[in-house]
Design a protein around this ligand. Structure first.
Ligand SMILES: Cc1cc2nc3c(=O)[nH]c(=O)nc-3n(C[C@H](O)[C@H](O)[C@H](O)COP(=O)(O)OP(=O)(O)OC[C@H]3O[C@@H](n4cnc5c(N)ncnc54)[C@H](O)[C@@H]3O)c2cc1C
Length: 520
């Protein structure tokens, strides 16, 4: 647990269910205003969608095409604030839209100029029309046949799980209490039948957690309806879940400082190929699904679609054997119209209050998490009749804040914490060695994650404190025994625990590998 002690006589001002971008953002906002906050996450922070995004801090060029100007302007402003508050995790990236038809340069050139203008003083860099040669300079591995030129524009890129972990620490520093591995299983009610607390399980001790609250906030992302049904079994669904996959390749497929943005794939979607942590990330898809699960699996047709689309633009032939990792996230899309007229559609996120008094916040995107949290805490504090307090998060530095974090090399994502991780290596030089030749993760990061970032399992370290599983699933599987050793040393666990951890990680990690194509 990070932050304040759990046992208390008075109810919390707010209890939050769900430790993704939405819930942790709300915890930061509420704690920074001075409210008493407890957050409970059923698995690890970021286990849901918030570690599985395309890792873009963006206004959404797609929304611009749909004419949703206010949504784009809001997201562009949030993009600027996030870069200002977490410069160690958010960086500018140039995106090139390659042009193969004569009309594409003027069409996308004008559209992307508007995109840039809408950012106003939060702009990331002017868009430009590129000649064929200028396009090739930026994207040396792009297919040249029929290439006329391109348009370059600038957006933000980040490491989603690392930002989440830093937000968890920020919330704790502001006075919130946050627990992972604590699923909420039921709600308690007052004499009038309104939700006034939660019952959760502590998965490590097997014990029960009971917490009273003036307001309970459901921030369970794609699981929001399941949580609403704990309070109201017949609740009409608010969410229409849809999954998206990403394939990760080594950096040789796009050895560039720029990303590729394809505004219209063969079936009208947007597709990105992005350099990320020395690798190439390609995605995504948009496939409606029935129910959310914690480890969603890619469909065969999604894998084929991403491979086929990327192969149209990248010169180096790519096949299934080149995929180092495939990961899948579930969008918590809000059903149009909401379940009833009590739902208040607010830009692209929704705040919905059930008859039981349970407040649900869902939809939106990573980029706008801060603005969503501000809106949520405004409404939650009114519902709970709490004294009004101003929101300070526009100019609140996120833990690790460092303007020149690039100088820390592979530790740059830790920002100012990199210095302390370097101290760990000075004290025990063996911790400085990379755990696998294919990735720069070191033993010191494992120790750091266990001591200061609430990592409890091998998966927490390899999937979300470091990004090994998302970058190279085979390398992550090979690293697991050494990570288990180091974690056991930190957490005081025995050999049986280590064996069980390695086995459990192996099972999860196999879902990030794709099988070779079946021979006909
Ligand atoms: C493929 C894809 C790509 C995306 N790319 C981008 C992008 O590039 N940029 C961008 O801005 N946005 C992007 N998004 C959107 C963004 O990732 C999501 O909007 C955001 O992560 C949602 O966060 P959340 O906290 O609402 O949900 P989640 O991250 O899923 O968090 C909900 C949490 O609630 C927990 N929970 C559920 N039930 C319980 C319970 N009973 N008790 C306790 N905890 C519980 C879950 O375990 C989970 O951790 C993308 C989304 C997808 C799917």
């Amino acid at each position: 647990m990070l932050g304040r002690a759990l046992a208390r006589a008075d109810p919390w001002d707010m209890v939050i269910v769900g430790g993704g971008a939405t819930g942790v953002g709300v915890a930061v906002d509420a704690a920074a205003r001075g409210y008493d906050v407890l957050l409970l996450e059923q698995h690890d922070f970021g286990k849901g969608t918030s570690s599985r995004s395309t890792k873009l801090v963006h206004g959404g060029v797609r929304y611009l095409e749909q004419g949703n100007i206010s949504l784009v302007m809001e997201a562009l402003k949030e993009r600027g604030l996030l870069r200002q508050n977490a410069p160690h995790l958010v960086s500018d990236l140039g995106f090139v839209v390659p042009n193969y038809e004569w009309w594409e340069a003027p069409f996308y050139g004008v559209g992307l100029k508007v995109y840039n203008l809408l950012a106003g003083r939060y702009g990331f860099g002017a868009s430009e029309i590129l000649s064929r040669e200028e396009t090739l300079e930026r994207l040396p591995t792009i297919k040249t046949e029929g290439l006329r030129g391109g348009v370059v524009y600038y957006d933000g890129q980040f490491d989603d799980a690392r930002l989440l972990v830093n937000l968890v620490v920020t919330a704790a520093e502001q006075g919130a209490a946050l627990l992972n591995y604590s699923p909420v299983t039921a709600f308690t009610r007052d004499t009038e039948g309104f939700v006034d607390g939660v019952v959760a399980r502590d998965l490590e001790s097997g014990g029960e957690i009971r917490a009273q609250a003036k307001v309970v906030i459901n921030a369970a992302g794609p699981f929001s309806d399941a949580v609403r049904r704990l309070a109201q079994p017949g609740a009409a669904p608010l969410i229409a879940p849809s999954q998206g996959i990403h394939l990760v390749f080594d950096g040789s497929f796009l050895p560039a400082s720029h990303a590729i943005m394809v505004p219209h794939t063969s079936d009208g979607r947007v597709m990105f190929a992005i350099p990320w942590h020395g690798h190439t990330l390609v995605g995504t898809t948009d496939t409606p699904i029935e129910d959310a699960t914690l480890e969603p699996r890619p469909l065969e047709e999604e894998i084929e679609f991403v491979l086929e689309t990327a192969s149209r633009y990248l010169r180096k032939p790519m096949g299934r054997a080149d995929v180092l990792s495939v990961f899948v996230g579930i969008r918590p899309l809000v059903r149009s119209g909401g379940p009833s007229n009590t739902s208040a559609l607010s830009r692209d996120h929704t705040i919905h209050i059930d008859a039981s008094g349970l407040l649900t916040i869902t939809g939106g995107k990573w980029t706008t998490y801060r603005n969503m949290a501000e809106d949520c805490v405004n409404q939650a504090s009114t519902l709970a009749r709490l004294p009004e307090k101003p929101c300070p998060t526009r100019h609140l530095n996120i833990h690790g804040f460092h303007r020149e974090a690039g100088k820390f090399g592979p530790l740059s994502v830790y920002g100012s914490d990199a210095l302390l991780i370097q101290d760990l290596v000075r004290a025990e030089p063996a911790l400085g060695a990379a755990l696998h030749p294919a990735l720069p993760c070191s033993g010191a990061e494992v120790v750091w994650a266990a001591r200061f970032e609430m990592a409890r399992t091998v998966e927490d370290v390899l999937a979300r404190r470091t990004r090994a599983l998302f970058l190279n699933a085979r390398a992550a599987i090979a690293m697991a025994p050494r990570v288990a050793d180091l974690l056991a040393r930190e957490l005081g666990r025995d050999q049986a625990w280590k064996d069980a951890q390695v086995e459990a990680f192996d099972e999860v990690a196999r879902g990030y590998l794709i099988a070779p194509a079946a021979t006909p």
